[in-house]
Design a protein around this ligand. Sequence first.
Ligand SMILES: [Zn+2]
Length: 204
Amino acid sequence: MSRLIERLGRLPGLGKRSAERIAFHLLKASPEEAEQLAAAIRQLKARTRQCSTCFNLTEADPCPICADAGRDRSRILVVEQPADVATLEALGTYRGLYHVLMGRIAPLDNVGPGDLTIDALLQRVTRSRKTDQPIEEVIIGTNPTLEGDGTALYLVERLEATGVTISRLARGLAAGSTVETASKAALADALHGRHGMIRPDRAR
Ligand SMILES: [Zn+2]
């Protein structure tokens, strides 16, 4: 029991009291219910991997979004974490592709650009622009927090040379809120009202 409480207490957002509550719930639950939870965790680790293109979590590589021929392949929406893709997909209004950074630049937590999937994004954009299906727009959907904004600025610096149009989710998202916690309406507004950060003249 104490081992389970200790393990649960390490999960994000769960303090010791929540961990105790869950452990006591499982103690009272049927063996089937407890086993189903354990099986779901085992399957998550056995089956879930990252898409080698967009880094979203998936059971198949490429993920269903990258593999979907019906999506607009000229747009990439850059988000911090896989949960943001799920939130935006639930809205159903965005039909382009994604790129998951797997975090944000956070010097205080020792997270630098090299710890994120930024180089892979650059390669993705650069490579596509030599094909007949070039990525035309990168929409930066990092959270409107200090670290999210810093990450956005860094992305703009790096992406500028590729000649792609760069935009940012509009400020419908209140400062300090996150993609994951924003209301659906605010998120839809932010997506619709996104604004250009730079619009380079395309030398073509
Ligand atoms: Zn993918």
